[in-house]
Write a protein that binds this ligand. Sequence first.
Ligand SMILES: Nc1ncnc2c1ncn2[C@@H]1O[C@H](COP(=O)(O)OP(=O)(O)OP(=O)(O)O)[C@@H](O)[C@H]1O
Ligand code: SF4
Ligand SMILES: [Mg+2]
Length: 407
Amino acid sequence: MNEPDERDERDTGEQAAPDADRNARGPVGEAAGAGGGGPGPGEYLQVADLSVTYRTAGGDVPAVRGVSFGLQPGSKLGVAGESGCGKSTVALALLRLLPRTARTGGRVLLDGEDVLAMRWGRLRAVRWAGASIVFQGAMHSLNPVHRVGAQIAEPVLLHGGAKPARARERVAELLEQVGLPAWRSRSYPHELSGGQRQRAVIAMALACEPRLIIADEPTTALDVMIQAQILRLIDDLVTGLDISMLMISHDLSVLADTCDRLAVMYAGRIVEEGPAEEVFAGARHPYSAALSAAFPRVGDPASRRAPRGLPGDPPDPAALPRGCSFGPRCPEAQQRCAEVDPVLWPAGGRRSAACVRVLSDEGARAAGVPPARPREEGAADTSRLDRGGEDDRAPAPDSAPQPEETR
Ligand SMILES: Nc1ncnc2c1ncn2[C@@H]1O[C@H](COP(=O)(O)OP(=O)(O)OP(=O)(O)O)[C@@H](O)[C@H]1O
Ligand code: SF4
Ligand SMILES: [Mg+2]
């Protein structure tokens, strides 16, 4: 499940030199490290300035650009963002599961060991015992012609070094942990429901007692009831077993419920990072605010009737707009946004956001960002139109940062 076979070994070991396209830390003060965004001491997973570029017939596709974050032992980080923003590419890069056409740069430290520089044998062991991945489509993760029990036993036998009798016991334990009866080990994947298959995949991911689980849209293909059960199961397991978790989803509300911290991605970058509830309830970056406003809230009937969306589409990673890549869709865009490529700057408390609006005048000066130009009385806000915007943009979400809040 976790591991492509040797023929399909995806990693080329090729490393790109760190480029200028960094979003690792902002240049202001102690930068994003103070509020998250960058790796810090004591973290089990440390990702610094990660970049991934796919080579395609149509040219290079910079899918991930200077992503940095850290994960403390036992903590849960949610990664959200629209389709194509690079979430799965980050997940695959963490365990070097990308195709050969991908060029990876930056650093990924797992318990202090550099995953991107590991030898193949060590990498195989780390993929099970250090960290394992639960993918979205359980049917694609399971081999249809082998019984579920045999598939769960395989890593226990190969990487855990167990004897067959012990592996059988371990399979029964794992199935019980994920809420399946032991006799299900004899089932083939097609004999299980979608939810049961996802449970089996989770059992497999737990087989070698990893210290980190990467869950890439683990519930997207399931109905809401089963989705809730699987999320609760994952949450109980990672909490009970003190495992760190990186959970990827389009659904900010699911992540806010499940995770301690949230990272919101846009066009290959993290544009906001911070405590989950704070990012969900009061995003500082206009994109996170729009993403959060797209979900109805309990106790707010108006939000159920009129969930707000975001007009336009994410940019083509191979042809990013000038300046802030969110600019053409941003309801808060200013003239200066076309002149700067924002990085994660401290945004108050333990938060950071890649938006000029979180900078004080002093912070803007230190970061080399032009000051906001005061609008003349009665003058039209031409900045949005200059940047390809139209008058029919969505109104600014309530939770979008106001200048006085962010100074
Ligand atoms: N093998 C590949 N070759 C070329 N481009 C790729 C490849 N895989 C992904 N991409 C491109 O990289 C970008 C990021 O893709 P990725 O799958 O990481 O996005 P995602 O955020 O996981 O999207 P989704 O939510 O739909 O799963 C996209 O523009 C995608 O087209
Ligand atoms: S930098 Fe400007 S365009 Fe980018 S998110 Fe902030 S306000 Fe919007
Ligand atoms: Mg994906």
